[in-house]
Design a protein around this ligand. Structure first.
Ligand code: IMP
Length: 201
């Protein structure tokens, strides 16, 4: 059985305020108060892992050790089948220092063209890890499959959303109402598993 979360406070091991708000909204109804790693002045570890799981765990472990509180981290990205899973764990880094996702999406589209393959399948992947200060971690994954389109469509969402159409839909994540996206996303799938396994209150 997974270790249960019984504390009243949790650190969100992210310096991305959008992510912290999204996670806080999910946890606060459960009576858990949320502190962000940024507000707690915790250092941001380098993402040296070779997988989404390794990166999520190293971020959560570092925050739990330095704060003395349980900490939650996620690591996510877009994996394109014809590119051998790239950009994968490097999804944020493909956008460069300026976090320019127009450029990152163009890079994906160009790489697909260069690959000469017709396979446009891709998936969004999320690893979510809850770690305690004693080093124990419970980690869950969510995967959402879809197809890439080019040119990209829509101005909602973030990152690679405008070039991703989830299976069974015609709108890209960039065109879709965010509530609809959040109900099916890789992040919410991982969250659902975390809540079911570690927050049985
Ligand atoms: P992380 O913050 O290191 O986990 O980086 C995740 C990166 O993956 C983001 O910067 C986005 O580029 C991409 N990504 C993850 N989830 C999504 C999503 O739901 N939509 C679009 N892009 C995403």
């Amino acid at each position: 059985m997974a270790r249960q979360f019984t504390d009243s406070k949790i650190v969100i091991a992210s310096h991305n305020s959008g992510k912290v708000t999204e996670i806080a909204e999910l946890l606060e109804p459960l009576g858990v108060s949320v502190i962000s790693a940024g507000d707690a002045g915790l250092p941001e570890p380098e993402e040296t892992g070779k997988s989404f799981i390794e990166n999520a765990e190293l971020k959560a472990k570092a925050a739990a050790l330095s704060s003395g509180l349980p900490a939650l981290a996620d690591d996510s990205g877009l994996s394109v089948s014809a590119l051998g899973g790239a950009p994968g764990i490097y999804s944020a880094r493909w956008a460069g220092e300026e976090k320019d996702f127009e450029r990152a999406m163009k890079r994906v589209a160009d790489a697909l063209l260069m690959s000469g393959q017709y396979d446009k399948t891709a998936h969004f992947h999320c690893a979510l890890s809850l770690c305690w200060p004693d080093g124990v971690c419970e980690t869950f994954e969510g995967v959402l499959a879809g197809n890439l389109i080019w040119p990209a469509r829509g101005d909602k969402g973030f990152g690679y959303d405008p070039m991703f159409v989830p299976n069974g839909y015609t709108q890209s994540f960039g065109e879709m109402d965010p509530v609809e996206k959040h109900a099916m996303s890789h992040r919410s799938l991982a969250f659902e598993k975390l809540l079911n396994k570690c927050f049985q209150r």
